[in-house]
Write a protein that binds this ligand. Sequence first.
Ligand code: UD1
Length: 423
Amino acid sequence: MDRFKIHGGKKLNGTVQISGAKNAALPAMAAALLTSDPVTLQNIPRVRDIITMAKLLAHMRCVVGSPDLPPSEFTIRAENVSMQEAPYELVKTMRASVLTLGPLVARFGHARVSLPGGCAIGARPVDLHIQALEALGAETKVEHGYVEARAKRLRGATFRFPKITVTGTENILTAAVLAEGETILENSAMEPEVTDLAELLIKMGAKIEGVGTSTLRVQGVDKLHGATHAIIPDRIETGTFLVAGAITGGELLLTNCEPGHLKTVIEKLRSCGVEIKCEGNGKVRVRAGKKLVAADVTTEEYPGFATDMQAQFMALATQAEGVSKVRETIFENRFMHASEMARMGANISIDANLAVVTGPTPLSGAPVTASDLRASAGLVLAALVADNTTTIDRVYHIDRGYERIEEKLTQVGAHIERVTDSR
Ligand code: UD1
């Protein structure tokens, strides 16, 4: 199991190229199941979840090929899909495997996908995915840890998500595009990753209106065709590096990003005294400013403050003067990084979904354990300002979603080393 050893206290300076968004690439890969033609995806991040999705598609007998290694471009050919099943072994390592449910049942009339079960950041059920598929006429059965869905052909319907769900919206959108007639999805997620998926589907011949709004209107078509699509930049990686520049008191230029996708995060960081300049052409410059000051944050669905940036913001709050209240409204149990940061000297108290961070406190290097993808990013940021050495265990969490994070940080002056041992 790999660990990171980080020697904190270095100002980060230089340029970081932002990768493609994992959370946009995953539904795009699943959408390739909708056609027998090749679908080529570019700007794919080289992270473990993408490899898991490629394995899952290969398990279904798709041909997944890439001109470069490790891949940043894939062509997926779902011509001879003979296995419409996502097995437990793959789903348990990546919840987003459930994204294959909608496209499989839409094109083949049948899908069997293992239930993701609980995970470190809360129960995270898929009941809304199932409810919405049923509204489109699928018969579903949950048995032996699997959800099975069948429909000769899905029928368009109006469905209002009782709660906003990102992968739920993506799953049902990729089902509705091949359904008979019109589907209206109300209270849909408006995340840029959903919009990116809709744009890919439109290139494949889908008829979708209301893209970027909470009401998606789909006219089902009989068949979709191949397409080539470049995945949007990763807004969470962008936000993480914005905090990295700010927290270490350095100056970073981030390239290949889309600041329009993280307006709320940028505004919040500015209110903490961070200087952020959007320079056009996918470039954003970040500098610490004179002093970091506290700010309150409540996580919300897009365009609100992303829950996936909460742990990173908390790391910043430990270095800001005053009291920052961080309220998590999307997931239960998403403060596990707080106790690890407290072990490094942070002053954080938790009451249900509210964390109160009083800063600034000097952080001191300590052995800590990553509990999920974004929690690990928060711990890396805390370690960058801690004195001495921090060892972060279980970095496989961060490898799921951040491309070469230790290389990118090293390039701008951080002292970070990956330690592989055979424990
Ligand atoms: C996606 C992102 C994840 C991000 C999250 C919220 C991907 C691959 N992952 O996760 O990084 O943190 O959005 O922005 O894109 N819920 C239900 N029933 C359901 C579905 C969801 O109750 O059927 C609840 C969840 O438990 C959670 C809330 O709805 O409390 C939002 O979850 P959702 O938007 O579905 O998160 P994901 O799509 O899993």
